[in-house]
Design a protein around this ligand. Structure first.
Ligand code: URA
Length: 210
């Protein structure tokens, strides 16, 4: 597999993903699972954050200990399904800022167009983890990364729960510098744009709109 793709197949993630895929799982449980999977994935996606040593005093002795140094994070969900991952990642990194990118598909050109972009003012100084649970065609992810790069962001990671091979290829071809973290690489996209076997429409299942 491409070096820039990390398949996070920890047993806890796989177990929760099975619950997520099951069509019997209702919105409340679905939301909880998306959040918990995002939290576990965030643990891996932040593994390379640099540390620095500080002097502290424990109740027993003086000690040298490590804290995360310098690099500040921002999470950016792609609307709307990416919102479901925000709570989980913020539990891991509560000090991170959160931006939002909303995209729609132009009915004529079929290209994604950004209708809403709100990012932290200092986003270019932050490492950005872009969130979208489903990497289907890859069109939204590719465009959202263009939006971030146009703002001057230099360190971007993409985190999704399920990817289709088609979307993964489109994304890694367009942005080979962006590491991708996913929990499952599924079979294919069907003629309606759904990932197979997938989990259906993540946004609808998160927000109970279907
Ligand atoms: N978006 C979804 O929510 N589900 C899919 O299967 C594909 C795109």
């Amino acid at each position: 597999m491409n070096q820039n793709i990390a398949l996070l197949d920890h047993p806890l993630i796989q177990h929760k993903l099975t619950l997520l895929r099951d069509k019997q799982t209702g919105s409340k449980e679905f939301r909880e699972m998306v959040s918990e999977i995002a939290m576990l994935m965030c643990y891996e996606a932040t593994r390379d954050l640099p540390l620095k040593e500080v002097d502290i005093e424990t109740p027993v002795a003086l000690a040298k200990a490590k804290v995360i140094s310098g690099k500040k994070l921002a999470f950016v969900p792609i609307l709307r399904a990416g919102l479901g991952m925000v709570e989980g990642v913020l539990q891991m990194v509560p000090a991170a800022k959160v931006g939002h990118i909303g995209l729609y598909r132009d009915p004529e050109s079929l290209h994604p167009v950004d209708y809403y972009v709100k990012l932290p003012e200092d986003v270019r100084e932050r490492e950005v983890i872009l969130l979208d649970p489903m990497l289907a065609t890859g069109g939204s992810a590719v465009e959202a990364i263009h939006v971030l790069k146009r703002q001057g962001v230099q360190h971007i990671k993409f985190m999704c729960i399920i990817a289709a091979p088609e979307g993964m290829k489109t994304l890694t071809d367009a942005h080979p510098d962006v590491p991708v973290f996913c929990a499952a690489l599924d079979n294919h996209l069907n003629e309606h744009g759904y990932i197979v076997p997938g989990l259906g429409d993540a946004g609808d299942r998160l927000f109970g709109t279907k």
